[in-house]
Design a protein around this ligand. Structure first.
Ligand SMILES: [Mg+2]
Length: 239
């Protein structure tokens, strides 16, 4: 596997929602990298691009769409409806998404996905979706929580502790403060951004489903970023 400290513009990568405790891969999205810098990562996805979600018995939660009994498998699905740009500041426990209609390219609005801080892997980034979201009007004039009821269900059924759920909400409130103050990314003309029309659907690499394999390579990538230290410890050519 190629050793990289960052991904290139136009490169296909995999963003995964994983359980670090259980070492399980939950949801998977294929994106094209737009920016991968120490202080900013932006990723693009459009309808037809591959995603994976866990299979099993659904029907849980207030709207019956939560997975109640996973069977260990995944199913291939496609991203639908909107083109989206995910804007992430490394270290944050959320990403800010922008949505455009796939046909008319009209800007539809902003969306805050609360999630665990991202970890770089060999194939992309790992995080964990934290259920609660915020929907923000296209002109930033209003906002509302989304899926509070599903988070409440997740606490009631022991999927999240109540103190964990409280931290998700605190992070959301932090984003709302940023929105009110028009701090990044809400100070930038992101709605005017357009993707490169040459970008095509990324192919999911085999490691998408393997929690350990993607993370082990992450360790190797880290080591390769500091070759002098690495050589000093192991001796030249030890690998
Ligand atoms: Mg979410």
């Amino acid at each position: 596997m190629r050793a990289v400290a960052s991904f290139s513009r136009g490169e296909g990568i995999v963003w995964r929602s994983v359980s670090r405790r259980l070492r399980e891969v939950h949801a998977v999205l294929a994106f094209t990298v737009v920016t991968d810098k120490p202080d900013l990562i932006t990723l693009f996805i459009k309808p037809g691009w591959p995603t994976m979600r866990r299979t099993g018995i659904r029907g849980g939660g207030p709207r019956g769409r939560m997975l109640v009994k996973p069977d260990g498998g995944h199913e291939l699905r496609e991203w639908v409806e909107n083109e989206a740009l995910a804007v992430y500041r490394p270290g944050d426990a959320h990403s800010v998404w922008l949505y455009w209609g796939a046909i008319d390219h009209d800007f539809r609005g902003w969306y805050v996905n609360l999630e665990e801080p991202w970890h770089r892997t060999a194939i992309g980034f790992d995080s964990r979706d934290n259920l609660l979201d915020i929907v923000i009007a296209p002109d930033l004039s209003s906002w509302q929580w989304k899926d509070e009821d599903e988070l409440a269900w997740a606490v009631e059924t022991g999927r999240h502790r109540s103190d964990e759920a409280a931290t998700f909400r605190v992070e959301g409130e932090r984003v709302i403060q940023r929105l009110r103050r028009r701090e990044p990314p809400f100070d930038q003309p992101w709605p005017d951004w357009r993707p490169d029309p040459a970008w095509s659907a990324p192919v999911l690499p085999p490691a998408w489903k393997d929690y350990v394999q993607a993370r082990l390579t992450e360790t190797r990538l880290r080591a390769s970023r500091y070759p002098l230290t690495d050589r000093g410890r192991r001796g030249r050519g030890a690998q």
